[in-house]
Ligand binder design. Structure first.
Ligand SMILES: NC(=O)C1=CN([C@@H]2O[C@H](COP(=O)(O)OP(=O)(O)OC[C@H]3O[C@@H](n4cnc5c(N)ncnc54)[C@H](OP(=O)(O)O)[C@@H]3O)[C@@H](O)[C@H]2O)C=CC1
Ligand SMILES: O=C1O[C@H](COP(=O)(O)O)[C@@H](O)[C@H](O)[C@H]1O
Length: 503
């Protein structure tokens, strides 16, 4: 969502500078922005943590992260040496340190060196329980005379439920103005998710049919092949509904279902999205079992390798009832979407890593072709593959070559990778650049986060009060529990096939 100019001088403090997210995502993103000439002319990055690093040993550690996880893995002809000169480490216990003088000193040092007040970004890549304390202390640090120069980026999970999200919002908005708070959801930085706006609102072709008159149902799948990967401690407090549905999937759903914005003003886009969340039909607790399915993977095999069940993962309770799979049917009660089901599902240890949105169109009103032509008939479908492939496909019927009138479903495909030649920015690159520029469009506003919690609260509460009796209920390398198939089959539909050669 960037403009074509570099952001102003920026000083970026990363709480969690010695942590996994910074190592795997944030530093690689900032480095790639640097290589692509998107970083400010003047910038400094200060990683904060309790571990012991000198600037030198910190840079060496971060280079290992680049080599493992960055889309450009090397030192890029000396670019790493140039970039890393601006990377520093500040050893500090963010809980015990009362005054954060190290931060104020660093800000003064950079101001003096640059001869200007930089924008200051505080990225809170730490466990959620540290956020209130750090935010409160940061709000008291003397910085650059004008507090408007600061922005605070808050990682997910944003709260544990509606109540805690509300309290966190209340605290943050008492310390900072809403314009300074950037609640991150990395799915919104993904190229294909952003392209939904272009597809829908830069083309006259789709909008007239983008409604209940033509669309029978919508599916959103965010499937992962990985298990909890050492994050069992966090995942035990979360589960698939909180980890993926409350944020990423509902945000995608909003992009699919929102009304056309009048402008690209951040609040205009966010208003249109929150309208969708507010229109999602509230689920009665007694209906939860018929519209929501949960699952947990047992032990099994993935691509020839034996993998443990969720209950055998590190830091997971041996009798855990945490769901690693969730599927939900939502309805949106508004003029555009009345009675169109939105089926969403997400899970770990599923057969493929794939995030896909598909819009399934109603059948043509009359089929004049001979019966044999109809044998392979499929309804029209628009599929947007978000990741790891990035493409848009339109399925339609075409005449098979030859003398008979036989029809086949075919796909018209636009592939992003063809244009990007492997240079597509990662979500965190887009979002960090937006945060430096001060563009909050792709970040969540306080009311959006709370509205999303409201949507899933009845499911969370029902699942909490009625523990599952059949966990684990799906094997790795499957598409989740059988009940998820039944959820959609009851309405006469199937989950869309996700492989590259889609049906
Ligand atoms: N990792 C990921 O893929 C993702 C993570 N997130 C979110 O990002 C956040 C961070 O996750 P992740 O990086 O995985 O967590 P890690 O456990 O790897 O890192 C935690 C970081 O917090 C620091 N920290 C903890 N306590 C203190 C303290 N008292 N003072 C200063 N620093 C402290 C640690 O520093 P030290 O060890 O040096 O004390 C470490 O740098 C979480 O909210 C998570 O949900 C969101 C999406 C994906
Ligand atoms: O936020 C999260 O997202 C990842 C999946 O992200 P993706 O970009 O790889 O699709 C998920 O693994 C993790 O559990 C969750 O916290």
């Amino acid at each position: 969502m960037q403009t074509n100019k570099r952001p102003p001088a920026s000083l970026i403090f990363i709480f969690g500078g010695s942590g996994d997210l910074n190592f795997r995502k944030l530093i690689p993103a900032l480095y790639n922005l640097y290589i692509d000439d998107w970083m400010p002319e003047k910038f400094a990055i200060v990683g904060i943590g309790r571990k012991d690093f000198s600037d030198e040993s910190y840079r060496d550690r971060l280079l290992e992260g680049i080599q493992q996880f960055s889309r450009r893995k090397g030192e890029q002809n000396g670019k790493w040496a140039e970039f890393s000169k601006s990377v520093h480490y500040l050893r500090m216990d963010a809980e015990k340190d009362a005054s954060y003088t190290g931060i104020a000193d660093k800000a003064r040092e950079m101001e003096k060196a640059w001869g200007t007040h930089p924008n200051i970004l505080f990225y809170l890549a730490v466990a959620p329980q540290l956020v209130p304390d750090i935010a409160t202390k940061l709000s008291k640090v003397e910085l650059c005379g004008d507090r408007k120069c600061t922005r605070i980026v808050v990682e997910k999970p944003f709260g544990h439920d509606l109540q805690s999200a509300h309290e966190l919002n209340k605290l943050l908005t008492s310390l900072f103005s809403e314009e300074q708070i950037y609640r991150i959801d990395h799915y919104l930085g993904k190229e294909t998710v952003q392209n939904l706006l272009a597809l829908r609102f830069a083309n006259a072709l789709f909008e007239p049919i983008w409604n209940r008159n033509y669309i029978e149902h919508v599916q959103i799948t965010a499937a992962e092949t990985v298990g909890v990967e050492g994050r069992g401690g966090y995942y035990e407090t979360s589960g698939a509904l909180r980890d993926m549905v409350q944020n990423h999937i509902l945000q995608i759903l909003c992009m699919v279902a929102m009304e056309a914005p009048v402008s690209f003003d951040a609040n205009e886009i966010r208003n249109k999205k929150v309208d969708v969340l507010n229109a999602i039909r509230r689920i009665n607790p007694e209906d939860v079992h018929s519209v929501a399915v949960r699952g947990q993977y047992g032990e099994g095999w993935m691509k020839g390798e034996k993998v443990p069940g969720y209950r055998q993962e590190e830091s997971v309770d041996k009798n855990s009832n945490t769901e690693t799979f969730a599927a939900v049917k939502f309805y949106i009660d508004n003029w555009r979407w009345q009675d169109v089901p939105f089926y969403v599902r997400t899970g770990k240890r599923l057969r493929e890593k794939n995030t896909v949105i598909s819009l399934h169109f109603r059948p043509a009103p009359h089929y004049a072709f001979p019966p044999e032509a109809a044998e392979t008939w499929r309804p029209n479908r628009l599929t947007i593959t978000v990741s790891p492939e990035m493409d848009i496909r339109i399925r339609f019927q075409a005449k098979r070559l030859g003398q008979t009138m036989s029809l086949d479903p075919v796909d018209m495909i636009y592939k992003y990778d063809k244009d990007s030649q492997g240079h597509e920015p990662e979500a965190y690159e887009t979002l960090l650049l937006d945060a430096m520029e001060g563009n909050p469009t792709l970040f969540m506003r306080a009311d959006q986060v709370e509205a999303a919690w409201k949507v899933i609260t009845p499911i969370l509460e029902t699942w909490q009060t009625r523990p599952p009796v059949d966990f684990p209920n799906y094997v790795p390398n499957s598409w989740g529990p059988e009940d998820a198939e039944a959820l959609i089959a009851r309405d006469g539909h199937n989950w869309a096939t996700l492989s590259v050669n889609q049906q």
